[in-house]
Design a protein. Structure first.
Length: 362
């Protein structure tokens, strides 16, 4: 009922491949990009395998950012709405005391960032002796130097016969080393051809730096924007642009890494609930953020590499959704534009005077 109420009718390819394997108890190494439905690919089997009569933590889902932790726990709660499964989310930057109090009550499924969960495990408050499933989402990020030591320590707190599910968009060497060391005969799912640029119409507009705001204003007046995310390459530019957009008379939020965490959470939550039409942000926001209503992504500053481009633009045309990406390109960006097109095997066309609404509005 939870799956049905969430509006899922047919499984996406990653769900179709992962869910049955996860239910058998095998380790999984899945390579899939954002927007292919991977959150549900591990949340559904996780919820299915939890025994709600046992008041112990049975599943831990590790993610690299607080935003993703909140979003993932929300998906677990929605999918498990008709089960008596207790979901808890814990991340750094929030009150440790509240988490400790919460862990005195039953928790079946714990979603969080590695540092905080390790902290609670070391203190003996978060007991993982009965945790039979460990999920790592955005594993490439989790196995970067920032997180890897915490992850390796955490693994010693879970039973030896645990099941590990690894989901990652890219497979750097660290992921391979981790797989060889900790996964037992993992089932490999590779859906990298499921490019999330599918359904997204991409355009570029050749502008001078000083014309960018004027160009953005024109886009706002011409496009049928449901919600948009606008990317800048620095914190400073995010704030300046947000101010400009507000002065032009459009509703606008902004979010960046130097903001306080609960402020960030509030902005994210309000934008997601449709309180505002436009969100200006840095790349902090690009991994795994899924807001169905976003139909336009604008690169106010063009990104430096293909992966960032994909993560940014992959926002707007999520699994089965249409979207539009508009890139403001200066003279200095022209080589990057060409290179990113080559690397992603995609075409970014020059923006026409009129854009057909059918390509990005449902």
């Amino acid at each position: 009922m939870g799956i049905y109420e969430k509006g899922f009718e047919n499984p996406s390819p990653i769900q179709e491949e992962s869910i049955p394997i996860a239910l058998t108890g095998s380790d999984i190494l899945a390579r899939a990009k954002n927007g292919t439905g991977k959150t549900a690919a591990f949340c559904i089997p996780a919820l299915e395998k939890i025994d709600q009569d046992k008041n112990v933590i049975q599943v831990v889902i590790l993610v690299p950012t607080r935003e993703l932790a909140l979003q993932t726990s929300q998906v677990c709660k929605e999918l498990g709405k008709h089960l008596k499964i207790q979901v808890m989310v814990t991340t750094g930057g929030t009150s440790l005391k509240d988490d400790i109090m919460r862990l005195y009550q039953p928790v079946h499924l714990l979603v969080g960032t590695p540092g905080r969960i390790l902290d609670l495990a070391k203190k003996g408050i978060c007991v993982l002796n009965d945790c039979s499933m460990l999920v790592m989402d955005e594993a490439d990020k989790l196995l970067s130097p920032e997180f890897q030591p915490s992850i390796e320590q955490l693994i010693h707190f879970v039973p030896a016969n645990r099941q590990i599910l690894l989901f990652s968009a890219t497979f750097p060497v660290t992921v391979k080393e981790f797989k060889d060391k900790y996964l037992q005969k993992p089932y490999v799912v590779n859906l990298m051809d499921e490019l999330t640029l599918k359904g997204i119409t991409q355009y570029y507009a050749f502008v001078e730096e000083r014309q960018k705001v004027h160009c953005l204003n024109t886009l706002f007046s011409k496009l049928q924007i449901n919600q948009s995310i606008i990317f800048c390459n620095s914190v400073n530019r995010v704030e300046l642009l947000a101010k400009k957009i507000t002065e032009l008379g459009y509703s606008c939020f902004y979010i960046h890494a130097k903001m306080l965490q609960d402020h960030r959470n509030r902005v994210f939550h309000d934008f997601r609930n449709g309180a505002c039409r436009n969100l200006v942000c840095t790349d902090l926001f690009t991994r795994g953020i899924d807001i169905q209503a976003v139909n336009v992504v604008i690169n106010f500053d063009f990104p430096k590499n293909a992966e960032t481009y994909l993560h940014r633009v992959g926002r707007s045309g999520r699994f089965g959704h249409l979207g539009l990406a508009v890139n403001l390109i200066t003279y200095d960006d022209r080589f990057n534009l060409f290179r990113i097109e080559q690397e992603l095997g995609t075409e970014i066309k020059q923006i026409p005077p009129q854009i057909d609404q059918a390509v990005y509005c449902r």
